[in-house]
Write a protein that binds this ligand. Structure first.
Ligand code: SF4
Length: 481
């Protein structure tokens, strides 16, 4: 059986080389054919996922049409790596391995890992948690290689690299080279991208850059520093020139709300070849947490209406409003349910924004941490609300975060991180209460409750096996939900 599996994997990899050329020079129909081919090899729930993608390509879903356009402009290596590393290794082969490992270790495994290899950064952005450490905290080359290898062994081939500024990390390109069968999304301020780096990224092909931008020049430079906006434009130009696919990472604040919900801003992104957009609303976390920039519930609601329209209209390969699109990921992703965050100190946080940890990669293996009581408690509890517009234990269900931190004596990762569960607690309760009104309106009155029903027990191994083991199609549905 193992030999057969290996042969299938080899065939899929061979096929990817051939289809890379086809896909690069052709239309969305060819993408549909490729997805249909991969579907034949895959196992549930990936099989259903690939089938859905193929169906989308066949009916010329605007998002998939956008992907085929991107492939035509990207460097050959970039296309090859998206197909080989992301679609085949992570999505098709990886899912199969993750399922086998899930049974072996009796723990539900995440789909991806976020790693902050360093907290060092060349900028001092307003409200950033990483800014003031200098080079004090960094993962060694051996440490980052070891954790990525451990994830690969579990069938995980997709990594998000953040920080700090990843391009300050001395081993970033070593990681991309060493793990050339994994795919990386790098969150960067863009200011260190030069001709040589853009060229190298195009040659390697296994990374996409999500570049931070807060609006236009005035707003971006206010938060990130004078001259940053122009450097971002320069980075985008270089990446376009060399055929590297990139997106925008936008922090939604109380201050830039009107700007980032304007047509002018979204047209600007489109005109600058931005392939995808992430919107993260400002969170009161880090060394000196403040509520001043946190968007109001009304702003969050207005923003959702805009970003949902942008997600569906096909101008971008994807648009994700991190909290507002919680219904697409079955709520919170934290604590190994879908991802986890390894910080520059080596501690493993449930997510980038929940800056509390119990375990460190310097003391335990990844699988031990995934099976830890701290992480398992989260996974048993997700989703914290049946309304998936309220996914978050920090801003939507603050009592959950308080009780988890207390119960497991989780260590605040920055001096000041604890404020989110102490002095800011009354304000967070008020924020959550205010948002509930809008979230309920979306969930119950706009049809999302019927389309994306919350399911329980997906992330806890015993419950998942009891409820879903004999019904693969049901698992596929869970994945969609
Ligand atoms: S804790 Fe909040 S920010 Fe983190 S993954 Fe869950 S919903 Fe997202």
């Amino acid at each position: 059986m193992k030999i057969l599996d290996n042969m299938k994997n080899m065939m899929m990899k061979q096929a990817s080389k051939l289809v890379t050329n086809v896909v690069r020079n052709s239309e969305v129909e060819d993408l549909a054919k490729l997805l249909r081919t991969l579907e034949k090899f895959a196992k549930e729930p990936t099989k259903s996922g690939l089938r859905k993608l193929a169906e989308g390509a066949e009916r010329k879903d605007p998002m998939l049409v956008k992907w085929s356009e991107l492939f035509k402009k990207a460097s050959p290596k970039v296309v090859e790596k998206i197909i080989n590393n992301l679609i085949i290794n992570e999505f098709a082969v990886g899912e199969k391995v993750r399922q086998e490992k899930m049974h072996e270790y009796e723990v539900v495994l995440p789909k991806l890992a976020v790693i902050s290899p360093t907290y060092a950064c060349n900028l001092r952005c307003v409200g950033c948690y990483a800014g003031l450490y200098g080079h004090k905290y960094q993962l060694s080359k051996e440490e980052i290689f070891s954790v990525i290898r451990q994830f690969n062994d579990l069938g995980i081939y997709f990594f998000i690299i953040t920080g700090g500024e990843p391009f300050i990390y001395p081993y970033l390109f070593d990681v991309l080279e060493e793990f050339n069968d994994s795919y990386f999304m790098i969150y960067t301020n863009g200011t260190l991208i030069d001709e040589e780096k853009a060229k190298r990224l195009a040659e390697l092909g296994n990374a996409t850059l999500s570049v931070s931008v807060e609006g236009f020049e005035e707003m971006t430079d206010w938060r990130r520093g004078k001259g940053v906006f122009k450097k971002v434009l320069n980075a985008w130009e270089l990446l376009t020139k060399h055929g590297v696919i990139y997106g925008a990472s936008i922090t939604a604040t109380r201050k830039n709300h009107d700007l980032i919900t304007s047509d002018e801003f979204w047209n600007f992104l489109k005109e600058h070849n931005v392939a995808y957009a992430w919107i993260f609303q400002f969170m009161p976390v880090g060394m000196d947490p403040t509520m001043d920039l946190v968007p109001t519930p009304e702003q969050r609601y207005e923003r959702f209406l805009i970003t949902e329209e942008k997600r569906l209209n096909g101008d971008f390969a994807f648009v994700a409003d991190f909290w507002n699109h919680g219904f697409l990921t079955h709520g919170c992703l934290a604590a190994g349910s879908k991802y986890l965050h390894i910080n520059a100190k080596g501690y493993v946080e449930p997510c980038v924004f929940q800056q509390f940890a119990v375990d460190s990669i310097r003391e335990k293996s990844i699988i031990e941490i995934l099976k830890s009581p701290f992480f398992e408690a989260y996974k048993r509890t997700i989703p914290y609300s049946n309304n998936l517009f309220r996914p978050c234990p920090i801003i939507d269900n603050p009592r959950v975060l308080r009780s988890m931190v207390k119960k497991f004596n989780a260590i605040p990762q920055h001096s000041g991180s604890e404020k989110v569960i102490t002095e800011l607690a009354p304000e967070l309760d008020k924020l959550a209460e205010g948002w509930k009104e809008y979230a309920d309106k979306l969930w119950y009155e706009k049809g999302y409750a019927e389309k994306y029903p919350a399911k329980r027990g997906i992330y806890n191994y015993e419950t998942r096996m009891r409820r879903y083991a004999d019904n693969e199609e049901k698992l596929a549905l869970d994945k969609k939900a």
